[in-house]
Design a protein around this ligand. Structure first.
Ligand code: ZN
Length: 364
């Protein structure tokens, strides 16, 4: 990820800190300096924030390590000023597993809060729950309070909070996944509206959370519809079979003609029917500006490209398309080119499926 630097790798998962996190630290430091004008106050304020984010990292590891039990890897964990994000390769398909993965995060904070409570109670320094406040109290008391707060915040039943995933998983045990997601997303956006309204009466932080929840719900709903439309579909049903190719003997001039003749952006380059590279529109234009149109395509094309096999399913190829920086994946059988998959044509396929689904609903 851009603008993020790695702070370490634990249990095989790299943890990154986003550059904006530094702003939070500076902001905390400055506000403590303004309030107390002493270096120890600034240091303790920053140490507290770091301890809080330590708890957030443990929360994310709760998700990641539970997912690992179901064979799902985590690409990385990144800390943003508003919280942590564990990028799981995928969500479990079994709703019961998704529920456990979602619960594991807040469960970690419950355990931390309980441990801190035991330590406080045993040391006899606990002032009582009615005395708890983030503004005063001992370091451990405040840390316990923020962990309780993390649990409550994450249990709000709205995406992208864990509560939203738990709700979806619970619903998915009774109905299909897409419908469960729509219902959970609708409820999430209802909650966002409520937060926004209450926030407008004097709490700007709630308005911020409302926006965050609203966007999260919309994204989750769209991503699930996409996944739902693609899973179980053979690649061959959605790939492009009418397209132009270039030969290894072609020059960039020929590629320009092909680019202008249609709406295709990337071109497979063939040598005797075998795909040896892909010439992308971006590379073509850059090379034209640099070298002119007499250059052979072979000196500009990408030789290391991602290919798919016609026996694959559309959702796995789509995941690969999203992960790579490429826009076009050639479909190759025994070295011979049989089709192309692009982001645009997957998008078209989803639109067609959605339209067909609407007809079916209208008829049934
Ligand atoms: Zn979580």
């Amino acid at each position: 990820m851009k603008w993020a630097s790695r702070i370490g790798t634990f249990a095989g998962i790299s943890v990154y800190v986003h550059a904006t996190f530094l702003l939070l630290i500076i902001w905390i430091g400055v506000s403590y300096w303004r309030a107390e004008q002493s270096i120890p106050a600034v240091v303790s304020g920053i140490v507290f924030i770091l301890a809080l984010f330590g708890c957030v990292v443990l929360h994310e590891f709760g998700h990641a390590l539970t997912a690992r039990r179901y064979g799902i890897r985590t690409r990385d964990i990144t800390l943003f000023p508003i919280g942590g994000v564990a990028r799981l390769e995928r969500m479990p398909d079994d709703p019961r597993q998704e529920l456990l993965v979602a619960v594991a995060g807040p469960a970690v904070n419950v355990v931390i809060a309980a441990l801190l409570f035991v330590v406080l109670a045993m040391s006899g320094t606990f002032a009582g729950f009615d005395q708890l406040s983030v503004a005063r109290g001992s370091f451990l008391e405040r840390l316990m309070l923020v962990n309780i707060w993390l649990v409550v915040f994450n249990l709000i039943p709205a995406f992208p909070m864990d509560g939203g995933r738990m709700l979806r998983a619970a619903l998915a045990m009774r109905m299909d996944y897409a419908r469960a997601t729509r219902s959970a997303a609708n409820l999430g956006q209802g909650i966002a509206l409520l937060f926004g309204l209450v926030g407008l009466m004097g709490n700007p932080f709630l308005v911020f959370i409302a926006l965050f929840v609203w966007i999260g719900a919309a994204q989750e709903s769209a991503a699930t519809q996409m996944k739902f439309a693609l899973s179980g579909t053979p690649l061959t049903r959605a790939m492009m079979t009418v397209f132009r190719t270039l030969s290894v003997h072609d020059t960039l001039g020929a590629a320009v003609s092909a680019l202008l003749a249609g709406s295709q952006q990337d071109f497979p380059v063939l040598d005797d029917g075998r795909v040896v590279g892909v010439l992308t529109r971006t590379d073509l234009l850059a090379a034209l500006a640099r070298e002119g149109d007499g250059t052979p395509v072979t000196s500009v094309m990408q030789r290391a490209f991602i290919a798919a096999d016609p026996s694959e399913m559309l959702d796995t190829v789509f995941e690969r398309l999203q992960a790579c920086t490429c826009r076009t994946v050639p479909v190759v059988r025994g070295g011979q080119l049989v089709g192309l998959v692009t982001m645009e044509n997957v998008g078209e396929f989803v639109s067609v499926q959605a339209a067909l689904g609407a007809t079916r609903r209208a008829q049934g």
